[in-house]
Design a binder for this molecule. Structure first.
Ligand code: BTN
Length: 320
């Protein structure tokens, strides 16, 4: 069955491919090809159509390439990378079919999940949408710093690949300076299964705006390509996974160390700034973001005292 994504992946930017050739390749009618490609703009991919000649892809797309990705990992890496075209959610897929060290990347998600029950939109050929499954021996109480460690790992890899200004917003949004504020370039959703005493199966889902932010997001959004990123989507993904593998192995051994806390704080967009937290009970709390506690809570100085904010139930914004 010819789906739009597979046909798009068969097209070139350099030459036209005829509807007849595509129909033969996908064993369907030319009308089916034309109907499937009519959806390409919905996916955010522009096509040139020439009557009697065929179709040409306008942007050159660095499609996810499982073999290329796997080959870019270090020889001692234990990660297994799988790529898929369209899926509901890479997090959901790995929670249903878990495996330690298994990574799943998709070109597009029909039901991408964000934090706090939101959706996560992506754009075909432009975003990176992937999840990594990891098993820890301990229970959830030993994994309190994990969301911060993951955010730090992603930020450090991005900085190494040229995105010097990448910053973190507690607990693990990825931001870039934009106008007088910040634009979100990525988010992390960690979902967990297991017993209180362990082992814990963790699915780490990461969404990044690589070439452009999705059109219909409800907050200031930015992308990595204009911020110094000097590599392709495939190379970026391989580097991110490699960085995560090393960081997770270290975290499993040493936990959320003081050194990690200091590194995280040095990348916190709002370190030392006045912020306002909207708590789960609807109340608001203002204070200065002074840093992280040993278990990854945000330390908020409110006059004479300091309170700790847990990530589960807080939304944070910078005070005017
Ligand atoms: C956030 O809301 O900031 C977190 C967004 C996490 C999105 C990623 S995209 C890949 C993975 N699969 C999902 O369904 N969600 C995560």
């Amino acid at each position: 069955m010819a789906d739009t994504l597979s046909i798009l992946q068969a097209l070139s930017t350099e030459h036209f491919t005829s509807g007849a050739a595509l129909a033969e390749r996908f064993q369907c009618s030319r009308a089916t090809i034309s109907g499937a490609l009519a959806l390409s703009e919905t996916y955010g991919i522009a096509l040139e159509r020439k009557h009697g000649v065929g179709y040409r892809l306008i942007p050159k797309v660095d499609w996810l390439d499982q073999r290329q990705l796997q080959a870019q990992l270090a020889t001692n890496s234990q990660l297994q990378i799988r790529c898929t075209g369209i899926t509901d959610s890479t997090n959901r897929q790995l929670l249903q079919n878990p495996g330690h060290g298994l990574a799943l990347a998709a070109e597009w998600q029909t039901a991408g999940r964000g934090r706090r029950g939101r959706n996560w939109q992506g754009q075909i050929g432009s975003s990176l949408l992937f999840s990594l499954c990891w098993q820890f021996d301990g229970g959830p109480s030993q994994l309190a710093g994990l969301p911060l460690v993951v955010g730090l790992s992603v930020a450090q890899t991005l900085a190494r690949l040229g995105v010097q200004d990448i910053a973190l917003k507690w607990p693990n949004d990825l931001l870039l300076p934009m106008g007088h504020g910040w634009g979100k370039v990525g988010g992390i959703l960690i979902e967990m299964q297991g017993d209180a005493l362990g082992p814990s199966l963790v699915v780490i889902g990461i969404g990044l705006n690589v070439l452009a932010p999705p059109a219909d997001v409800d907050q200031q959004a930015s992308s990595l390509s204009g911020a110094g990123l000097g590599c392709t989507r495939n190379a970026l993904l391989a580097n991110l996974l490699q960085g995560l593998e090393q960081q997770l192995l270290q975290f499993a051994q040493d936990g959320f160390t003081d050194a990690l806390i200091r590194q995280w704080e040095s990348r916190h967009a709002w370190q030392g700034c006045e912020v306002e937290a909207l708590l789960a009970n609807g109340s608001r709390q203002r204070g200065k973001a002074v840093g992280l506690s040993a278990d990854g809570n945000l330390r908020l100085a409110t006059g004479a005292e300091e309170i700790l904010l847990g990530s589960g139930d807080v939304s944070l914004r910078q005070s005017a």
